[in-house]
Design a protein around this ligand. Structure first.
Ligand code: MG
Ligand code: MG
Length: 312
C-alpha cells in the first residue's frame, strides 16, 4: 500500500503500533507534542521536528537566517505546549555537496539568534549529504507538570495565545511571486518566515488542563485535544481574534478571514484549556461533554470540518 493513502496520522499509527514502550520511567510516549520521561523525579521532555527543502520550505522564498530561526522555534513550540522550558538540542543536517558554505553559515546565524532568544544550547549533531536541504532538530526540555493534549475537561475555557491565520496568509503572499511587496504585506510574510514560540506563556500553560501548539491549524490541532480528551469543543465566532493585517489581506485578495483563522497552519500559537479564566491570551470558546468541534455564531451552532494544514 502506498503510504499517501494513510495520511500522516494513519502512518504514525501503523508505525508506532510496531513498537512497545515497556519502560516504567516513560510518563508519556507517542501521541503528544513531546514525549516525557521521569528521571529521578525530574520530568524531561523530548521532541523533534524537521525542515525539508521543497516540503517545508522553498529555498528561494526564505532567507537562510529565517530558516535557522524557524527550525529552532517550531521545536521550542512543542516544548512550551507541554508546559516546559527548552534545555538542550541536537541538530542533524544533510545538504547537497555543491551548496555554498556561506548559505549554511547564514542558517547557523539564524539558529544562534534563536538559541540566544530561547536561552538553551545545541550540544551535538550529525552531518550528511543529500539532494535536498534537510534540517532535523531534536530538542529536550524540562517541565514541572506535563500538560498534555488529553487533559481537557468539561467546563474548561478555551484560550489561544495569539492571532492565527497570519502565517498561511504570509505563505500565500510569498507564493504569489510579486515583484514588489507592500510594507503591510512584508509584515504578514514575517509571521510565516519568523514565527516565535510562546515561551512567555509557560506559566499560564502550567495552570492549564490541556495544551497544544498550532502547527496544523486551530481546528486541526484542537481536533487532537477533542479526540484525546474525549470532549466536545465549541468555538465562539465573535470571540476569535481577527488580526488587522489579516483583515486587510482578506479584503485586498477577496478571502474569508475565518478560513485562515480556523484552518491556517504554522502559527505556533498555543491553544489551551483551563478550569478558570485567565488574563493572558484570547478566550475563544468552551469545552463540553460530547464530541466534535463546533462553531457558535450568535445562536447558530455548526459542526466544523476537521482538516489539517498540508505543508506547502
Ligand atoms: Mg505540536
Ligand atoms: Mg511540532
Amino acid at each position: 500500500m502506498e503510504i499517501k493513502k494513510l495520511g500522516e496520522f494513519g502512518l504514525i499509527e501503523r508505525l508506532t503500533s510496531l513498537l512497545k514502550i515497556e519502560d516504567k520511567d516513560v510518563v508519556v510516549g507517542f501521541g503528544d507534542d513531546c514525549a516525557c520521561v521521569n528521571i529521578e523525579g525530574k520530568l524531561i521532555l523530548f521532541s523533534s521536528d524537521i525542515q525539508i527543502e521543497e516540503v517545508h520550505f522553498i529555498k528561494e522564498k526564505i532567507s537562510p537566517e529565517d530558516l535557522g530561526w524557524k527550525l529552532i522555534s517550531v521545536n521550542v513550540s512543542d516544548i512550551v505546549a507541554c508546559g516546559g522550558k527548552a534545555r538542550w538540542g541536537l541538530i542533524s543536517i544533510a545538504v547537497p555537496e555543491n551548496i555554498e558554505l556561506e548559505y549554511i553559515q547564514r542558517v547557523y546565524t539564524g539558529i544562534k539568534d534563536a538559541l540566544d532568544f530561547y536561552k538553551f544550547s545545541i550540544i551535538g549533531g550529525n552531518t550528511s549529504r543529500s539532494d535536498k536541504i534537510v534540517l532535523d532538530f531534536f530538542i529536550t526540555g524540562e517541565t514541572k507538570r506535563f500538560i498534555s493534549r488529553s487533559g481537557a475537561k468539561e467546563g474548561d475555557y478555551i484560550y489561544v495565545s495569539g492571532h492565527t491565520g497570519l502565517s498561511r496568509a504570509g505563505l500565500e503572499l510569498l507564493l504569489m511571486d510579486k515583484e514588489r511587496y507592500e510594507e503591510w504585506e512584508k509584515k504578514i510574510i514575517f509571521f510565516h518566515t519568523r514565527p516565535v514560540a510562546r515561551i512567555d506563556f509557560v506559566d499560564t500553560v502550567q495552570n492549564a488542563n490541556s495544551c497544544i501548539d498550532i502547527s496544523d491549524g486551530l481546528v486541526g490541532d484542537l481536533g487532537h485535544v477533542e479526540k484525546q480528551s474525549k470532549v466536545k469543543i465549541v468555538l465562539e465566532k465573535e470571540k476569535l481574534p481577527v488580526h488587522p493585517l489579516l483583515e486587510k489581506f482578506c479584503k485586498t485578495y477577496n478571502k474569508n478571514p475565518y478560513e485562515y483563522i480556523l484552518y491556517g497552519g504554522e502559527d505556533y500559537q498555543l491553544a489551551f484549556t483551563t478550569p478558570e479564566k485567565q488574563d493572558k491570551g484570547f478566550l475563544i470558546g468552551y469545552v463540553e461533554r460530547g464530541k466534535g468541534i463546533f462553531l457558535k455564531d450568535k445562536n447558530k451552532i455548526s459542526k466544523l470540518q476537521e482538516r489539517g494544514f498540508e505543508h506547502i
